[in-house]
Design a protein around this ligand. Structure first.
Ligand SMILES: N[C@@H](CCC(=O)N[C@@H](CS)C(=O)NCC(=O)O)C(=O)O
Length: 207
């Protein structure tokens, strides 16, 4: 299997999942900062020009964070990364959809890619501020909806925690957003996991 990632991007969460599973995989860096994701070589792999992308052993490529995470978890049931019980699995998917479909694109992408949303260069500061406000609000919503203990789901550690982790990494780092208490504890618990340490080390990023 081959993971296409950009250091410190949302692909970090999938990187963690692969490390949790522990089977051999190749990690291929495609920097979104220098535009490597828009080069023809990468577009031939993922025409959407986004990371993560996962090339499976049969050569086919999966894209979209929640789908890659779901597939990896279901293909590796011994790793216990998704609840088996139907309702709990549904809640896991619900969280991944919110984290990757709302919190990431509506909040953090506004901050980090303001030019995608702004009318012109002068409008960018307003978009960044709006993104920060939205992201902080979404994190507060997660805090309020928290039903788990250390981990997001009451059923225990899952791929949803890996989605939350890359957002916490951004919030506590480049976004400069103070994490609410449960998320702060969750972020620390994630950083203590050997799989997280390995993924971060390979990506060359500090916790
Ligand atoms: N819907 C995609 C979004 C992935 C995404 O936005 N990835 C960002 C990195 S965090 C990216 O590749 N950005 C490159 C760009 O937009 O040029 C998913 O869930 O996987």
């Amino acid at each position: 299997m081959k993971l296409y990632y950009s250091p410190g991007a949302c692909s970090l969460g999938i990187h963690v999942i692969l490390e949790e599973i522990g089977k051999p995989f190749e990690a291929v860096a495609v920097s979104t900062r220098d535009g490597s994701n828009r080069k023809p070589e990468y577009l031939a792999i993922n025409p959407k020009a986004k990371v993560p992308a996962l090339q499976r052993d049969d050569g086919t490529v999966l894209t979209e964070w929640p789908v890659i995470a779901w597939w990896l978890a279901k293909a590796n049931p011994m790793s216990n990364l998704i609840p088996v019980e139907f309702e709990a699995e549904t809640r896991c998917l619900e969280w991944m959809d919110y984290l990757c479909g709302t919190v990431h694109p509506q909040g953090f992408t506004r901050m980090f890619r303001a030019s995608n949303f702004a009318r012109d260069a002068e409008d960018e500061a307003r978009v960044v501020a709006q993104g920060k406000e939205l992201a902080a609000g979404y994190l507060e919503t997660i805090e309020k909806l928290w039903k788990g203990g250390t981990w997001l789901l009451p059923s225990g550690y899952s791929v949803a925690d890996c989605a939350l982790f890359f957002l916490e990494h951004w919030a506590a780092g480049r976004a400069g957003i103070e994490l609410p208490p449960r998320l702060k504890a969750h972020h620390k618990a994630m950083k203590d996991r050997p799989a997280v340490e390995r993924a971060m080390k390979r990506e060359g990023i500090s916790p």
